[in-house]
Design a protein around this ligand. Structure first.
Ligand SMILES: Nc1ncnc2c1ncn2[C@@H]1O[C@H](COP(=O)(O)OP(=O)(O)O)[C@@H](O)[C@H]1O
Ligand SMILES: [Mg+2]
Length: 264
């Protein structure tokens, strides 16, 4: 399924009545089965854009259009940075949660959840509780839970940011493999340029707040990709090219927060 942002604006209103313009006209189309990453300075509206796509937050103006037949599937599912698992549910019941909400019968949902648990490499951990798992395993559960409802579009908001560097690298490869088998439409937020390039078909660089699309780059590296790509000098050059674009925005955003230390 394709997702298209048309002139999406969002202005938050604080309790004291002041307005915070977060997005100032985002236009972007993500094709069916495309993996697109968003990078941009902190506070530029990346999470806001994902929440709007998920239907969890209304835009102030503009719209998000989904095109293509979802075939009765949910349009979107979100993977958040903070895992957001239910501590009182086992791995299997966490993964099956979305199906339960959708009224899928117990036998079927447990069977589908078990298949997803296997797919993310957690066989043998079905009956464990979240507190018994490492951060990397917890996020695999988060990913399995989102995939279990078979969403037409998968939205991921810095899913690996809470993990240590090695675990992060391993999960990047897991996500790459999962995408190669499922071919989901994915919109992926990260502040890590290497991660964005390694995973994506295209990388969107956003401007500082209020966010707009500054630049869109097609990633030239063929798939299937392996870790060896990370050592390729061309890969380094391409990442640097993105950083040059992002750096101007990041520096300006940093200077705008100067003074009282609070975000501009
Ligand atoms: N509920 C809210 N009320 C007021 N301002 C908000 C709210 N949520 C986010 N913001 C502000 O909107 C801007 C964009 O936030 P966010 O989408 O979280 O950015 P990002 O994910 O790119 O870091 C930030 O300046 C943030 O402080
Ligand atoms: Mg965010």
């Amino acid at each position: 399924m394709q997702v298209r942002f048309e002139s999406v604006h969002k202005t938050y209103r604080r309790r004291d009545g002041t307005e915070v313009p977060a997005l100032a006209g985002v236009d972007l189309a993500v094709a069916s089965s495309e993996f697109v990453s968003l990078v941009g300075p902190s506070g530029c509206g990346k999470s806001t854009l994902l929440l709007i796509a998920a239907g969890l937050l209304p835009p102030t103006s503009g719209r998000v259009v989904f095109e293509g037949d979802a075939g009765g599937r949910p349009r979107t599912a979100v993977v958040f940075q903070e895992f957001a698992l239910f501590p009182w549910r086992t791995v299997l019941d966490n993964v099956a949660f979305g199906l339960e909400v959708r009224g899928v019968g117990r036998a079927e949902r447990l069977e589908r959840a078990a298949a997803l648990v296997r797919q993310v490499g957690l066989s043998g951990f079905e009956s464990r509780y979240p507190h018994e798992l490492s951060g990397g395993m917890r996020q695999r559960v988060g990913i399995a839970r989102a995939l279990c409802v078979d969403p037409a579009v998968l939205l991921m908001d810095e899913p690996l940011s809470a993990l240590d560097a090695q675990t992060r690298q391993l999960l990047q490869e897991d996500i790459l493999r999962l995408w190669e088998t499922t071919r989901k439409t994915v919109l992926y937020v990260t502040h890590n340029i290497q991660e964005a390039v390694f995973l994506s078909d295209r990388v969107v660089v956003m401007s500082r707040r209020p966010g707009r699309v500054r630049e869109v780059l097609s990633v030239p590296f063929p798939r299937p990709r392996t870790e060896a790509l990370l050592a390729d000098p061309e890969f380094g050059r391409f990442c640097h090219r993105i950083w040059s674009s992002l750096k101007e925005e990041a520096r300006a955003a940093l200077e705008e927060t100067h003074g009282d230390g609070s975000p501009a």
